[in-house]
Design a protein around this ligand. Structure first.
Ligand SMILES: C[S@@+](CC[C@H](N)C(=O)[O-])C[C@H]1O[C@@H](n2cnc3c(N)ncnc32)[C@H](O)[C@@H]1O
Length: 255
């Protein structure tokens, strides 16, 4: 008997099922064809720090972290709502990811993005052990977070931005990933405060953060100054770019 032709519908259904089963985006060869632009060593007068290696990931889960950084206050300040899509960009082994996943609830999801696959393996193990199913991991490229467009209500970067070797490409991609009204939140150790026991290269001042974000089409929306060691700065897309993005979308819809 001749084999029956597989319908296009059946193929699409199979593809959808396999994507749903994986729930994470690893890099594949077709996505790394074009070499990234060279990583910067300095940006707007600031030296860029090296990426924290996954071999030191245990430090991110240290017992004293609550006492030192007060992440519980940070979570309240983020005011994450059930049903939201939140990206934890530079998530590491998921210290913030799991609590974000609890707060967005089963109707929401957390897109956990990191450049080191080893970090994402640890995060997936921690999520499984905690019975958390609404986290999707995304393996980033150095210049591309690979987030879906217009998907995120909030994008959180804790202790990450100062490590980015491609700040301009990354910020442009984060802007594209925001929903209308969505915000990007930078949490960075305070460079203005010598009492914060972190190496200078891993700290940033408010002035520097604001200048770099403004140069890339973001404006400050809100600040939270009640953490012991870190700045918390909320940014939204600046109006000129918002208008530009809306025009581009309208033109695309007309085609
Ligand atoms: C200091 S760790 C902070 C991890 C986590 N946010 C936390 O506070 O526990 C910085 C993380 O950012 C990730 N990272 C650095 N550059 C990145 C990039 N271009 N894209 C995605 N992740 C990146 C590193 O791999 C590392 O896991």
């Amino acid at each position: 008997m001749a084999p029956r032709p597989v319908s296009l519908l059946a193929l699409l259904a199979l593809l959808a099922l396999s994507l749903a089963c994986h729930g994470d985006r690893r890099r594949d060869a077709s996505e790394i064809e074009a070499p990234p632009p060279p990583a910067l060593e300095e940006y707007m007068g600031r030296r860029i720090a090296r990426t924290m290696h996954s071999s030191g990931a245990e430090w991110l889960l240290r017992e004293t972290r609550e006492e030192e950084e007060r992440p519980s206050r940070l979570f309240d300040a983020l005011a994450v709502r059930p049903g939201w899509t939140v990206a934890d960009f530079g998530c590491g082994n998921g210290f913030h990811t799991l609590e974000l996943a609890r707060r967005v609830g089963p109707a929401g999801r957390v897109l956990a993005v990191d450049i080191q696959p080893e970090m994402l393996v640890m995060l997936r193990q921690r999520a499984a052990a905690a019975g958390i199913a609404n986290v999707e991991t995304i393996e980033a490229l150095s210049h591309d977070p690979r987030l879906p467009p217009a998907a995120c209500d909030l994008i959180l970067l804790v202790d990450v931005y100062h490590e980015l070797g491609h700040p301009e490409e990354t910020l442009a991609a984060l802007r594209r990933a925001l929903r209308p009204g969505g915000r990007v939140v930078l949490v960075e150790f305070r460079a203005e405060d010598p009492a914060v026991p972190i190496k200078e290269l891993h700290k940033m001042s408010k002035v520097q953060i604001r200048a770099e974000l403004a140069a890339n089409g973001f404006e400050l929306a809100e600040e939270f100054d009640d953490l012991p060691w870190q700045h918390v700065m909320f940014f939204r897309a600046a109006p000129a770019l918002r208008a530009g993005a809306e025009r581009a979308r309208d033109q695309a819809l007309k085609r």
